[in-house]
Write a protein of this length. Structure first.
Length: 284
């Protein structure tokens, strides 16, 4: 009898210890909370600090922990003092499935003290890398403007500054009606853009009609049109990051490029209105 009791105790102990091996106790994580990421920019050389940073790319002790849409509390299986880095993530071309860290925003670095089961909130602030080149930076603050209407346009833009349709002070405004059907604008001078480095166009906009972005590649023989993307109408101001790199690679021998904004009146919608501001073309 005693032997049977000892055997049952042994078997029970074996199964209990086996369960602990199969289902080990889970570690309690620490949490890093990121509500948003801010941008600081030199208004004279870099223009507006408006942005649409949607994601945080988090690194702890130089190890990537993943990409997260903000606001978010990120679990970290660590405690104590650790170095963290954050990269600012964006949506490319307004396509929600196309998320990258913006190559021109520098890392945010900090040191945090993590406690398991607790949340520490950080407030990352980023700026443009010092090597960022602003081939175009137009905020319509005058006195002159680097954007002109093209030959395809049958009207010009106006510079407005009002409480209804302006974004950050002066902004470009276009109005199309039955007598003005097409508007297109581009830089006055061709931009020298790199073939092998990322090139983006940044734009704040509001429009009651879809419009498009493209580039004119200027060569010694002729000028070629490169369509980039359509942008949907919006009744509120939005920010978009437009990847120009692929279009540039089509014309490696071009003398220069002129990114353009193109709007046409849609008779089904009626008169068109487009407001735009903070046009930047940036690269390394």
């Amino acid at each position: 009898m005693r032997a049977k009791i000892l055997l049952l105790i042994f078997i029970s102990s074996f199964f209990l210890s086996s369960c602990e091996i199969i289902n080990p106790e889970e570690e309690v994580p620490s949490y890093i909370r990121v509500e948003s990421i801010s941008l600081v920019a030199d208004s004279t050389t870099q223009g507006s600090a408006s942005h649409r940073i949607t994601d945080t790319w988090l690194y702890v002790d130089n190890q990537p922990l993943g990409v997260y849409e903000m606001p978010v509390s990120i679990p970290v299986l660590a405690e104590g003092t650790h170095a963290i880095s954050v990269r600012a993530g964006i949506i490319v071309n307004g396509i929600a499935s196309s998320r990258v860290y913006y190559p021109f925003y520098a890392f945010y670095n900090d040191t945090v003290n993590l406690t398991r089961g607790s949340i520490i909130t950080i407030s990352p602030v980023v700026n443009y890398f010092s090597g960022t080149v602003f081939s175009l930076q137009e905020s319509f603050n005058g006195p002159g403007y680097d954007i002109i209407a093209t030959a395809a346009s049958d009207t010009n833009y106006y510079v407005i500054n009002d409480s209804i349709n302006s974004f950050e002070g002066p902004a470009g405004a276009v109005y199309l009606d039955a007598n003005h059907l097409v508007f297109e604008c581009e830089p006055d001078d061709s931009l020298q853009l790199p073939i092998n480095n990322p090139v983006y166009m940044e734009l704040n906009y509001k429009s009651n009609t879809d419009f498009s972005i493209g580039m004119h590649a200027v060569t010694s023989q002729q000028t070629y049109n490169i369509f980039v993307l359509n942008i949907r109408a919006t009744t509120v101001w939005k920010k978009i990051y437009i990847n120009l790199s692929e279009g540039i690679t089509f014309y490696p021998n071009a003398l220069g490029f002129k990114p353009y904004i193109h709007l046409e009146r849609n008779s089904a919608i009626g008169d068109a209105q487009l407001f735009f501001d903070n046009i930047k073309v940036v690269h390394f």
